[in-house]
Ligand binder design. Structure first.
Ligand code: FBP
Length: 552
């Protein structure tokens, strides 16, 4: 069998478009709104983007298409981690392009932004693209994490575009990739290349959002996939009644994924990195918080539970950040070689003890040996600790076990604690996109072409009013510079799109906060089940709890 039954069925699914994009290209008019300003640091951003700053907000409407007809050759790039729906962005872009003229062409640059500078591409046709409609993954052209940020790269990109007659590039990526899209758009405009750049908001992490971008695509499907799995584990835990499951979910900088999964499944514990940072929580305090839930549940005869841990949490623990900083210093440059040559872990441990401050060593000392070794042995090519590789689910379960051992010795805890560990990340990034992501992504791609046709550059494709049925969605575009501010990155002040962390005053966190004490002690699990693609709208078209609460 070449295709699974669901894959075949999904090829036939027709993604829904917002009302104003539905009636065909010739009947899509445009409204230009007010001029925009960056969210902060206006003077600095304006000076850095003299050609693309301050442009107007765009909304499409039903009406006469007033753009000037021309042949369009467009290039598309997928950038960064996979997110369900990426294929549909490409399909929407392709369909709009071909609906305008059969002679229009879509180039797919392969394996991420590097494909553009390496001139590595394919040209889409119906047969090729039809195999990817409504499917997960980025395998349609591949993705990559190479950054397009230097003038040399931009000059090569301009040459490649000129060679093929390409006059617009669509970059599908997260906050970093779209920041680079804005810089590229400014470069192309300053050099009068005539090449437009349009971005599309992607990332399962959900941290590319703001007052204009309500949600990045992929978040909906990925969190529904993790929530299904967490719900299944909850049911298993509640059946067997003998394990505490420590479940790490993706989300390196922000905890939107963990929070959404908690809202969907009501686990006993969910850590939120942003809260850990705000309250300056130590590892020991976090372990106490979890151990308290274990103890209270054990007192009620429930020696089982679920703890959801966001991937990036340890970076938000102040003492841990200090430790990482000291390790990076301790092993900087040639010192790493001396460390690597030490024959045994005991020798290395003595080296570490002498090299770190007493405070940093105190943190090391409470970590399980496996994590200690991970910190020192698995470093990136620059010699830095790879925080994302730290198995924080194991770290916290072992800290909790130590706390419980103390409680047992004091006679306050009499339960049993058996921990199991899981990491849900890659499982969700390439799932078949939910109907929401199928529709949203197709609309983003279609809309990106409309922005190109109307001649805009440096814009992010924007589809909003997303908690409503797709007929009420609003399609348009927002200058990327509007989302930017200046931040210190790698020792330099840089114009960047502001990363959206979980807001502790926002509705989703407030809802979680209001319920978590009960969830910590009682068994209040919710079982969301698998994503539904066919059936009644109330099970097929549900938006995330985060989006629904944000738009309440
Ligand atoms: P993007 O920010 O590029 O969308 O990727 C996010 C993510 O899925 C994170 O949640 C995860 O930490 C990371 O990618 C993993 O990256 P890699 O695919 O390089 O292992």
């Amino acid at each position: 069998m070449k295709y699974s039954p669901l894959q075949k069925a999904r090829y036939e699914y027709t993604p829904k478009l917002p009302e104003m994009l539905k009636n065909g290209i010739s009947e899509i008019g445009v409204n230009e709104g007010a001029e925009t300003q960056s969210v902060a640091d206006q003077d600095a951003i304006k000076a850095l983007f003299p050609n693309t700053y301050g442009k107007k907000e765009i909304t499409f409407k039903k009406g006469q298409n007033t753009s000037t007809a021309k042949l369009h050759k467009v290039g598309v790039i997928l950038s960064g981690g996979q997110a369900p729906g990426g294929h549909n962005v490409v399909c929407g872009l392709y369909d709009a392009l071909k609906a305008t003229s059969k002679d229009n062409e879509l180039f797919g640059f392969k394996n991420g932004p590097s494909g553009l500078v390496d001139d590595d591409y394919l040209i889409f046709d119906d047969n090729y693209i039809n195999e990817f409609r409504n499917t997960g993954g980025f395998d349609i052209i591949g993705s990559g994490r190479t950054k397009l940020e230097s003038e040399e790269q931009f000059a090569v990109a301009a040459e490649v575009c000129k060679k093929h007659g390409i006059t617009a590039i669509v970059i599908i990526g997260g906050d970093d990739s779209n920041t680079n899209a804005a810089v590229l758009a400014e470069y192309f405009a300053a050099k009068e290349t005539g090449i437009q750049v349009i971005g599309c908001p992607k990332t399962i992490d959900g941290d590319l959002k703001n007052e204009d971008i309500e949600i990045s695509f992929g978040f909906d499907t990925a969190t529904k996939t993790y929530s299904e799995l967490i719900g299944n584990i909850e049911r298993d835990a509640n059946s067997a009644k003998k394990y505490w499951h420590f479940i790490k979910v993706m989300g390196r900088s922000a905890s939107h994924v963990a929070l959404e999964c908690a809202l969907e499944t009501q686990p006993n514990i969910c850590l939120i990195s942003e809260e850990v940072a705000e309250k300056k929580m130590s590892l020991s305090q976090i372990a106490d918080y979890i151990a308290d839930s274990v103890e209270k549940r054990a007192a009620k005869g429930m020696n089982f539970g679920i703890a959801v841990i966001p991937e990036g949490v340890v970076e938000f623990v102040p003492e841990f950040s200090m430790l990482i900083h000291e390790i990076n210093e301790l092993l900087a440059g040639s010192k790493a070689a001396a460390f690597n040559e030490l024959p045994t872990w005991e020798d290395k441990y003595t080296f570490i003890k002498t090299g770190l401050s007493a405070e940093a060593f105190a943190v090391i000392d409470i970590l399980p040996v496996g994590i200690q070794q991970q910190l020192f042995l698995e470093r990136d090519p620059h010699g830095n600790v790879q925080v994302s590789l730290i198995e924080s689910e194991k770290l916290f379960s072992s800290l909790v076990a130590a706390k419980l051992a103390e409680k047992k010795a004091n006679g306050t805890y009499k339960g049993k604690f058996n921990a199991l560990h899981h990491f849900f990340g890659y499982e969700g990034r390439c799932a078949f996109p939910s109907n929401f992501d199928s529709d949203y992504c197709y609309s983003l791609g279609y809309n990106a072409f409309m922005l190109i046709q109307y001649g805009y550059t440096g814009y992010l494709s924007k589809v909003s009013n997303l908690s409503k049925p797709s007929t009420e969605w609003v399609a348009g575009g927002m200058p990327i510079t509007k989302m930017m501010n200046v931040e210190r990155r790698h020792g330099e002040d840089k114009p960047v799109i502001k990363k959206a962390l979980v807001e502790l005053v926002g509705n989703p966190f407030k809802y979680f906060e209001a319920h978590r004490d009960e969830w910590a002690v009682e068994t209040c699990y919710l079982y969301p089940g698998a994503i539904q693609y066919y059936g009644p709208a109330e099970v097929c078209d549900i938006v995330t709890r985060t989006l629904a609460l944000e738009q309440e």
